[in-house]
Structures are given as C-alpha cells and as structure tokens.
Design a protein around this ligand. Structure first.
Ligand code: UD1
Length: 375
C-alpha cells in the first residue's frame, strides 16, 4: 500500500517532536497536548538531554504535565560543536527507524538546530515553531540557530509580524509562513491561575509588588568577570532599595564560582525555580530584570514591567506593544530605568495579536491539513 492510499485507510500522521533545554519545554507542552488529542496523529517525544538537572528539566515536565519522553538522548553539556554533533549523530538513526512524516522543533537552542539538520538530510520536512525571530546579533549562538533552522524548515510558525517580515526578506516563500501566535503564552494562560495559588512568595519572604525578579545567564553577560562584576555592582545598589530575587541558572552559578572567586552577590539568590513558582514570582513582581528571550514575552503577556539587560531583542513586539524596555548593560542606564519604574512610570503595555492561548491549535490545524495527504 502506498502512503497516498494510506490516507483513505486512515494511517496515522507520525510526528517526532524534540525538546532539549528549559525554554523548549514550555513550548512543546501545548503542542503535544493538541497533537495527542487528535486521533490522526502519532507522536514520539525526544528529549535531547541538553538540560538534565532536575530543576532545569524534570520539574518542568511535572509542572506542565508533559508525558515522559519516549527517548532521552542524554547528550548533556559541552562545547557548542560537540553538543550539536551529539544530537545530530543520535537523531539520525532514530529518524531512520521511526520514519516520521514531519519533525517538530521549537525555539532556538542547539538541540533545535541539530535535530533539524538530521531530519532535512533524510528528506523529512521540519516544522519550526517560533520561526523568524532575529536579534541581528550573530555573536548570540541562538541567532545562528534561528537563521539556520529557518533556512531549511518546511513550515515556519511565527509569533509576531516581525518574524514573517524577516523570513520574507530572507527569501522564504509566503505560503510557508504561518503567523499563529505564541505557544509559550498558551502555556502561561493555562497555568497562571494555578501558579497564583502557590505559597512561593510566603516561602521566600516576599510581598506582592514589593520585589524585583532577576534572571541572568547569557554568555555575553556572565562569561566575562568584568561585565558580570559591573552588573552585580549596580544590582546590589538597587537591592538596597527594593529586594532583588535572583533564581540563578547553573551557568551563572558556575561563573560566580570561577570568575568572582565564589563570592555570591548581595542579592536574594535562590535555586532555579520550577515553572509554576517562577510564573508566580513574575506575576507579582514590581519589575523583572532579565537577559532571557522568553521572559520578555511572558512579562508582556502578564503586563509586568520588564527591563532587558541586553542591547537588542529578537522579539520587538514586546517593546512596541508590550511591557518591555531594552536597557542594555550600562550601570548608569540600568540605575535610571529602575528609578523610573520605582517612581511609578513602569511600562504595562498590551497583549500582542494572537497571544490568546490557541497557538498550538492553529499550528496543528496547518500540519493536519498539509500532512493528511502524505500519511
Ligand atoms: C541554553 C540555550 C539558551 C537558553 C538557555 C535557557 C543554546 C545555545 N542556548 O543555554 O538559548 O536561553 O539554555 O536555560 O542552546 N548546566 C547544568 N545543568 C543543566 C544544564 C546546564 O549544570 O541541566 C550548566 C552546564 O555547566 C552547562 C551550562 O549550564 O555547560 C550551559 O548549558 P547549555 O545548555 O550549554 O547552555 P545554556 O546556557 O543553558
């Protein structure tokens, strides 16, 4: 029986979905839920193991109700080349064995690019969720991952208009681009009420609206002692005015150990938080200071003021419509922008188009329509 004949007999549409690092888990969760709710689809979830600590991985699976991965590649940490190569080498035989109708990847981490390369070389079409974002800063590893993944993907699902414009400029045909909204915000909207029931603030001794929340893990901010020291200097000053809660990423903890002689900054440092606890912390913060990509979007969806400690953003709608301001890393600018927020001039913004909790449904609708004939 040919694949086309299979369409009549209702052969399943087989999807291999890949997640590797913390920011992937919030994006893959609603997609898997939607795929598994439709009888036409058969899914296989691959965890690459790029993130492996319980706090960076397992706790997200539990908080988000993601089914246990069908396969865990266990690649772990390593230099970019080695980490990417490990995923590529292990994905190839897996895809040969499973012969999916499509590979589903999300975001911009090394696992995203590696899995994509393995699939396209085998002629398996790739669906990239969160396509088209560009910081125009090729020193960011994620920017290279985005450009390369988009260049070979068959379906490009975008979260905001700028994504589609970037792709068209790069020569992607219009009919491959689908503006669908934001799957990470699907997760946020589904979980925010549950998060608000948690005792996270009480446990950490915080009052709603009475603290700032900080995350910092970009190599450009934490891998160089002078830069990291300068940032902590101004943040410690701010901490004396409003407590700064700082769930520290393992990369940052390692940098503090190595570069700053282990001397912890004078902030309220805590372990990396699970998804629900972190959502609770974001939703009640007076302001959020971050160099993350996803947190710029989550604060926009929550209407919480966000100051981004980077020089560019690949998510411009968070600035043009949302609650985000790009403040860079100059201590003087950080100080004055925080002052404005504390004086009551924090940006609240509005929620961007289609960030409405139904992005995964739109994505799976497109895949079902386009793959029905091939399965
Ligand atoms: C990766 C992503 C980044 C994303 C971030 C979120 C790439 C290029 N970068 O960066 O886009 O914003 O995840 O967290 O893919 N480590 C642990 N335990 C873990 C994971 C990491 O200890 O579970 C430590 C290791 O020392 C490792 C370092 O963190 O070397 C960096 O991890 P890695 O996955 O290489 O990159 P991230 O900085 O986490």
């Amino acid at each position: 029986m040919t694949r086309a004949e299979g369409a009549e007999t209702g052969l399943p549409i087989r999807i291999v979905a890949v997640a590797g690092a913390r920011p992937n888990f919030t994006k893959i969760a609603p997609l898997l839920r939607e795929l598994n709710a439709r009888s036409r689809f058969e899914t296989c979830l691959v965890h690459t193991g790029q993130h492996y600590d319980a706090a960076m991985s397992e706790s997200f699976f539990a908080d988000l109700g993601i089914p246990a991965p069908d396969v865990n590649l266990g690649v772990g940490s390593g230099p970019h080349g080695a980490q990417t190569a490990q995923v590529l080498m292990q994905m190839e035989p897996l895809l040969v064995e499973r012969r999916p109708d499509a590979l589903l990847v999300v975001g911009d981490v090394n696992s995203t690019l590696a899995a994509t390369l393995a699939a396209v070389k085998l002629g398996i079409p790739v669906a990239h969720v969160e396509a088209g974002l560009r910081s125009f800063d090729r020193e960011m590893p994620e920017e290279l991952n985005r450009i390369l993944t988009d260049a070979v993907s068959r379906w490009l699902f975008t979260t905001e208009r700028a994504g589609g414009e970037n792709l068209l400029r790069e020569g992607v045909p219009q009919d491959q681009i689908h503006m669908v909204g934001n799957v990470m915000i699907d997760t946020l909207l589904a979980k925010v009420a549950e998060a608000r029931q948690l005792d996270t603030l009480e446990r950490l001794g915080l009052e709603p609206d009475g603290y700032a929340l900080l995350t910092l893990h970009r190599p450009s901010n934490v891998d160089e002692p002078e830069q990291l020291g300068r940032l902590f200097g101004v943040l410690e000053e701010i901490h004396r005015e409003i407590p700064i809660v700082f769930p520290a990423h393992p990369r940052t903890v390692a940098a503090i150990g190595k570069l700053l002689g282990g001397e912890a900054p004078g902030l309220h440092m805590v372990e990396p938080q699970g998804y629900l606890d972190f959502l609770r912390l974001m939703s009640d913060a007076r302001l959020v200071l971050t160099d993350s990509g996803g947190i710029q979007e989550e604060t926009t969806a929550l209407g919480v003021t966000c100051l981004t400690l980077r020089h560019s953003t690949e998510r411009p709608v968070t600035v043009s419509e949302g609650s985000n301001t790009i403040v860079g890393t100059d201590p003087e600018t950080i100080r004055s922008e925080v002052r404005k927020v504390l004086e009551g001039h924090g940006k609240k913004g509005r929620v961007p188009e289609l960030w409405d909790g139904s992005a995964a449904t739109r994505i799976v609708d497109v895949l079902e329509r386009d793959l029905r004939g091939s399965a």
